[in-house]
Ligand binder design. Structure first.
Ligand code: ADP
Ligand code: AMP
Length: 214
């Protein structure tokens, strides 16, 4: 099962992708997580990506596409995967389509988690990420068991720099300009499904399971 998650930043793609990965035993591949892990390790890719991420801009396609094509060629991805945060531009979607076509494969489901911009601002302001393992929480909607501490690894939870209000507006603008056209792209490919992402986390997941198991 090859699934891609679409939706604005903060719509809940990562939250749902983790649940899908766990329920169906497929890897969760998040380009945002890959860039942040690279930054933590101080790699050249991480340092380059940071300059774009800090401004709420997209990392250039040439730094992103090969990385994903390599990752989905790994052994653990042969029964499928859930891509979270990729593709984000038409050239990225074309790169994915071409890589899959070359192997006689295709995306099976593009799940658009639909949340209006006005809800996004709240979502991002309340998101907290673990400095250790990258797990995400929400102060109000998905709080950790102990305030400020990660349930998974016990490290500190922080507000990501790019979740600060001054950057969120730009990320939404970039989403509407560069990523939203993918809704049309995957509608034309006949694989687009939309879920109402304003519902609570478990209800959104129920709706996604309904789509994947229809
Ligand atoms: P994305 O991966 O699309 O950027 P996340 O999955 O990180 O978004 O979700 C953004 C924030 O909103 C997180 O703090 C998360 O805990 C919270 N969240 C996710 N889904 C919901 C939901 N259905 N209702 C309320 N809060 C949610
Ligand atoms: P995310 O964790 O998905 O919210 O991504 C955080 C940031 O990483 C984005 O705002 C972009 O700067 C960068 N990023 C993640 N995925 C991509 C992608 N597919 N293309 C370009 N930039 C990306």
């Amino acid at each position: 099962m090859k699934i891609i998650m679409l939706g604005a930043p903060g719509a809940g793609k990562g939250t749902q992708a983790k649940k899908i990965a766990e329920a169906y035993g497929i890897p969760h591949i998040s380009t945002g997580d890959i860039f942040r892990a690279n930054l933590k390790e101080g790699t050249e890719l991480g340092l380059k990506a940071k300059t774009y991420m800090d401004k709420g801009e997209l990392v250039p396609d040439e730094l992103t596409c090969d990385l994903v094509v390599d990752r989905i060629s790994k052994d653990d991805a042969k029964n499928g995967y859930v891509l979270d945060g990729f593709p984000r531009t038409i050239p990225q979607a074309d790169a994915l389509t071409n890589a899959l076509n070359a192997r006689g494969e295709k995306v099976d489901f593009a799940v658009d988690v639909d949340v209006p911009d006005e809800n996004i601002i709240n979502r991002m302001g309340g998101r907290r990420a673990c400095v250790g393992c990258g797990a995400t929480y929400h102060l109000m909607f998905a709080p950790p068991k102990k305030e400020g501490i990660c349930d998974v690894c016990g490290k500190e939870l922080i507000l990501r720099d790019d979740d600060k209000p001054e950057t969120v507006g730009n990320r939404l603008r970039v989403y509407h300009e560069q990523t939203q056209p993918l809704i049309d792209y995957y509608t034309k490919a006949g694989v687009l499904h939309t879920v109402d992402g304003t519902q609570d986390i478990d209800k959104v997941f129920e709706d996604i399971k309904g789509i994947l198991e229809a």
